[in-house]
Design a protein around this ligand. Structure first.
Ligand SMILES: C[S@@+](CC[C@H](N)C(=O)[O-])C[C@H]1O[C@@H](n2cnc3c(N)ncnc32)[C@H](O)[C@@H]1O
Length: 271
């Protein structure tokens, strides 16, 4: 069975063809997924992508889903996980309705980052990182619990281990990772030699994998999938899938069975 994981980031796993334009590992195929996929028509059984589609404009996302439809076999399955716009908006409205309450004011600081900073940020992790570090340094357990409940394992993994001061960085170096580090350093150097206006436009393009350009709720994701000719669109949860043995790959769940990314929308559709 041929299964592909688009924009896998650090979530690559055996048994899948993992694609991303940032490859730090030989198991991840380096490919810009805005270009035609490196597969023939109707060659693939399953396509998975998580927290990937929101990094593209709606038009680009439609192009990507159309490409997914081309490479999928008939009755092939696509599984999409994206941040849930409705969930974030409902949380925002609940908090703003109770904004005189001190706890709501604290939570509001985070929700506004979830809703807006992810779209406008110009640095990796943006305000998320700064805010998370602040609350961890203050040992604000109330907010740590709240943010973990919103983000799930994702934030604990990336921030507590990798980003906090004094945290030990991964020593898992390999040639692909060194090449990527060197390329990133080179791009940074070239960017800094350019006039500021060009620098800004290049920054906007290279932030593709960092910034959210669009968000989806059940209705808009269904419409997008229908436009790309998919059918039998269903919304599930982190532990439910029509992909055989999907839970065993632990893409959407942690080893303890909890969702890897909380507050997400899980959708599957068929060609
Ligand atoms: C937020 S990460 C999600 C990673 C992983 N799927 C997960 O759920 O943790 C988005 C990923 O999409 C990748 N990406 C963004 N634009 C891409 C493109 N045009 N081609 C290939 N990968 C892209 C980024 O490099 C990044 O690894």
């Amino acid at each position: 069975m041929k299964k592909i994981n688009l924009g896998c980031g650090e979530r690559y796993t055996k048994g899948w063809i993992n694609l991303d334009f940032n490859s730090h590992h030989p198991d991840v195929v380096c490919h810009n997924l805005l270009s035609p996929f490196p597969f023939h028509d109707e060659e693939v059984d399953v396509i998975y992508n998580s927290h990937f589609l929101e990094h593209f404009s709606r038009e680009e996302a439609k192009k990507i889903l159309t490409e997914c439809h081309r490479v999928l076999k008939k009755k092939g399955i696509i599984r999409i996980v994206v941040p849930d716009l409705e969930n974030i908006c409902r949380e925002y409205l609940k908090l703003i309705d109770n904004i005189e309450d001190i706890e709501s004011q604290e939570k509001y600081q985070w929700v506004i980052i979830e809703l807006l900073d992810q779209m406008v940020r110009t640095e990796k992790w943006g305000l998320m990182n700064i805010y998370w570090q602040q609350i961890v340094e203050k040992d604000n357990q109330f907010m740590i619990d709240y943010i973990n409940s919103r983000m799930g394992y994702d934030i604990r993994q990336y921030y507590t281990k990798a980003e906090l001061p004094n945290a030990s960085k991964s020593q898992n170096f390999n040639l692909t990772k060194i090449k990527t580090e060197f390329l990133n350093w080179y791009i940074k150097l070239i960017k800094n030699l350019l006039p500021p206006a060009y620098r800004q436009s290049i920054n906007d393009n290279t932030m593709l994998g960092e910034k959210h350009k669009w968000m989806y709720d059940k209705y808009s994701l269904r419409c997008l999938l229908q436009e790309a000719q998919f059918s039998h669109i269903r919304f599930l949860d982190a532990t439910t899938s029509n992909i055989p043995n999907f839970c065993n790959d632990h893409l959407d769940i942690n080893l303890d069975g909890t969702p890897y990314r909380e507050s997400s929308l899980y959708c599957e559709a068929y060609k």
